[in-house]
Each structure stands twice: as C-alpha cells, then as structure tokens.
Design a protein around this ligand. Structure first.
Ligand SMILES: [Fe+2]
Length: 243
C-alpha cells in the first residue's frame, strides 16, 4: 500500500501541536460520551505534547438541541474540569453542517476557530452534493467570513474539479490526519495524499471522536519527505488560529 521511501510520523510530531477539529466536548454529539473519557484523552494527548485544542461539536439537523447557547454553557463547565486535570488550553468552536439548519446557526452567530471570529468550520454530506451548499458558502464569504472546509477528501461526490473550484473561491481546506492512514477508506486515503502533495490544505485536524481510531490508524500513516514538509506547514498554520 505504501511506496518506497515513506516514513511514519516522527515521535515528536505532536510536540507543541494545536488540534483544530475534534469531538472532545463530552455528551453532545457522536464524539466522546462522558467527561471521564474526554479527560482521559486529554491526559494522553498532553503526554504526546499537544498544547492546544479547539473543540468543534457538530451543529447539524441530527443534533437539534445543539445551539450556541447550550454548547457554550457545556463548554464552560467542561473547561473548568479540564483545567483541573491537565494543562492543555481549550477553545470552543463548532463544525457546521451545510444543511437545512445552517441559516439558523448563521443568525445566531458562528463559534469560529479563531479569536478574530472569522474562520467557520463547515462540512457537507459525505455521500452527495446537497442543494444549497454553494449558496451557503457564498453567504459566509459575503459576510466577511472565511469558510474552512472540513475533511474535503472524505466527500465521495467531490472530484478534482470541485476541489479546484473551491480553492479558486478561496475556501480553506482542513485535512483529517487519519485520512492519510486509511481511516476513511481508500478513496479518502488517495485524495488526502494527492491534495497534501499539491499543497491544497491549510490546516490539519484529528476529527477525534474517540481514542481507538487514533491509536489504530496513526501508525498506518506513511509520508514522503514532501508530504511531511507540507504537513509541518499545516501544523504551524493551526497554531496561528489559536493565539
Ligand atoms: Fe468532525
């Protein structure tokens, strides 16, 4: 599966790292289910060297109870518990599905990845291009905000022409780290390596929903020197979001 001359992530890859996409806020979506599990993961990540994490719970029609007010209150409670358990700095943002509830979230004001309040993490359905996506992304830009497309490599309907069109519109791309290890299947694996080599990504996130996937697929990641160089650029870009 892997070509000659590829290498695993170095042991110190996570030293000083900032994760920009994870589902560590417990009990609010399909991510970590309990405070204990989230705190356990935070301690493990701190041991690896992670310093900052942006928590990005799902805002989508599948979780109608998740709105800005509820999630912010949950985050305030969790942040206090996390501060007593580890030294990782936490920030709250969200992962917004471009679906029928999106206009409502737009009206409430976005929980953004950056302090300046501009970078909006967006995802689409994996399976098909849904009506209205183009308009929703356009509306974000028109409001002076910056769409960041979560894990573009995972969208089965998207081909190279789609990705180029999005980049031409100045949307930023966030790579799921584990795509590079095959966690989401062969098409996402192939696309992630190709787009990384071509310098199409801006940020890298774990999109962690639990620790097991991470443990299993992290050792599967093998990168060429060029890919590793690109990945290190993304790691630095992540840090600039959380200042
Ligand atoms: Fe996610």
């Amino acid at each position: 599966m892997f070509g000659w001359g590829k290498h695993r992530l170095p042991e110190d890859f996570f030293q000083g790292a900032c994760d920009v996409h994870c589902h560590l806020l417990p009990g609010v979506d399909d991510g970590f289910a309990t405070v204990e599990k989230s705190l356990h993961a935070l301690r493990k990540l701190e041991e690896k060297g992670v310093r900052k994490m942006i928590l990005t719970p799902h805002f989508m029609k599948d979780y109608p109870e998740n709105d800005r007010e509820r999630i912010t209150a949950k985050f305030v409670d969790f942040k206090a518990e996390a501060a007593a358990a580890c030294g990782i700095e936490l920030r709250l943002a969200a992962e917004y599905m471009l679906d029928a509830r999106f206009p409502e979230h737009f009206k409430q004001g976005f929980l953004t990845l950056d302090q300046a309040g501009t970078h909006v993490l967006c995802e689409t359905s994996y399976l098909m291009y849904e009506h209205g996506i183009t308009e929703m992304l356009y509306d974000i830009m028109c409001d002076g905000l910056q769409p960041v497309i979560a894990h573009p490599e995972r969208y089965q309907y998207a081909n190279k022409a789609n990705y180029i069109r999005w980049k031409d519109k100045r949307y930023k791309f966030q790579l799921n780290l584990l795509s590079l290890g095959g966690a989401y299947g062969d098409p996402a694996y192939a696309k992630s390596h190709e787009m990384l080599k071509e310098g199409m990504y801006d940020y890298v996130g774990s999109d962690m929903h639990g620790l097991s996937n991470f443990k299993h697929f992290l050792p599967e990641i093998k990168l060429s020197t060029k890919e590793m160089d690109q990945l290190l650029i993304l790691k630095e870009n992540n840090k600039k979001l959380f200042v």
